[in-house]
Structure formats: structure tokens, C-alpha cells
Design a protein. Structure first.
Length: 208
């Protein structure tokens, strides 16, 4: 599978905490912010740099600044919203779009119900956020939607993934780089990731 599992000790420690049934919604959101920030640090390590002249209090020098493409953050509603603030803390000038999808009860296919995106997708590196990559159907549909609207450089960031979801995205979008904090064992008969952490949206927003 083409997936980057982030094994940094801080990420792995916080993933164990966020899985716990005893973690409150408040602490869940805080941990998700922290994990997302750490993951964002890792997935942006290949951003191109260029020289820039800097006047320090003592002398002029040549430093580095990010060059090239601008960044865009696209959460898949609703749970993907929980990963936005951590990335914005790291990259405050990034543009944020939104994609809303629901699963048709008869066809079981994702259906778009909301989409608001930056107008210059083709000029940006896009980070798509969704805490859970289960079957991969919604993520794959969101990636197709972004490509149809001009996106060319896309990364998918998830907290926890099942092998089935990674395989679906790899098959349908082999050009998209997938980053996860944990690659779990499997899906159960209801499509939930095992061992997983439950419904991420409910745990973020305190709903059931």
C-alpha cells in the first residue's frame, strides 16, 4: 500500500490517548489539534525554499522562505473540520475550502451536498483532511471532485485508516499521497475501523 504512517513518538503517544473511550470531547479536540499540527509539520517538509535577504539587528544576511505553490486545506465535512485549526496554526495563510458528502442509502455511493473551494486550486498544494479513512469511498469521491475542479497536487491526511480505505484511494488516485497517524487492522461488519476510536465526528462535536 502507498501510505505514509507517521511513527513520531509524540504522534503515537497522542493517538493512544485520543482512542480512549474515557477521553472527553474537549480533550479529543485538543489532541486532534496537536496531532494534526505534528502531522502537518511532517507532510510539509518537502516544500520548496528560496533565498531571501533579511536585515537582522546587526547585519544583512540571506535566509530561506517558502517558494512556489501556495497551500489549501480542504476538510471533508463534518469530521474533517476538526483537523483544520491545527493546520492553520502551522500555516495561517492557507486558504480553506469545504466538501460535504453523504452516503446514498440505496446505492451506498457518496453524494455531494456542499462544495466551496478556492478558485485557484491548480496553483495550490491541497491537503484534504478526514480523521477516518474507512472504506475510502468518501475520500475518493472528494479527491475526484477536486481534480475535476483543477487540483493537481493533493495530499490526503487522516488520523486512522483501515487497509481497505487505503487500497481504494491507492487504486483510484495513485497520484495522491496518503498520510496517516495509524493504520489499523480492519473494518467490522458495520464499516467501522477496528480498533479505531469510534465515530470521530460524534467525539469531536459531542453528538451521538
Amino acid at each position: 500500500m502507498n501510505v505514509n504512517v507517521m511513527t513520531h513518538p509524540l504522534i503515537q503517544h497522542k493517538v493512544s490517548l485520543i482512542r480512549s473511550i474515557g477521553t472527553s470531547s474537549k480533550d479529543f479536540r485538543q489532541l486532534l489539534d496537536e496531532i494534526t499540527l505534528l502531522m502537518g509539520y511532517e507532510i510539509t517538509r518537502d516544500l520548496p525554499l528560496e533565498d531571501v535577504e533579511v536585515q537582522t539587528p546587526l547585519v544583512k544576511m540571506v535566509g530561506k522562505q517558502i517558494a512556489g505553490k501556495k497551500l489549501g486545506i480542504i476538510p471533508i465535512l463534518r469530521a474533517g473540520l476538526g483537523m483544520v485549526s491545527g493546520l492553520l496554526e502551522l500555516m495561517p495563510s492557507a486558504r480553506v475550502g469545504h466538501i460535504g458528502l453523504y452516503r446514498d442509502p440505496e446505492t451506498l455511493k457518496p453524494v455531494e451536498y456542499y462544495c466551496k473551494l478556492p478558485s485557484d486550486l491548480s496553483e495550490r498544494r491541497i491537503i484534504v483532511t478526514d480523521p477516518m479513512l474507512a472504506t475510502g469511498g468518501s475520500a475518493s469521491a472528494a479527491l475526484s471532485l477536486l481534480k475535476d475542479r483543477g487540483a493537481k497536487d493533493i495530499q490526503l491526511m487522516c488520523l486512522v485508516a483501515a487497509p481497505q480505505g487505503v487500497e481504494t484511494v491507492n487504486k483510484e488516485h495513485p497520484d495522491v499521497r496518503v498520510y496517516v497517524a495509524a493504520l489499523d487492522e480492519k473494518l467490522n461488519e458495520h464499516g467501522y475501523i477496528l480498533p479505531g476510536l469510534g465515530d470521530a465526528g460524534d467525539r469531536i462535536f459531542g453528538t451521538k
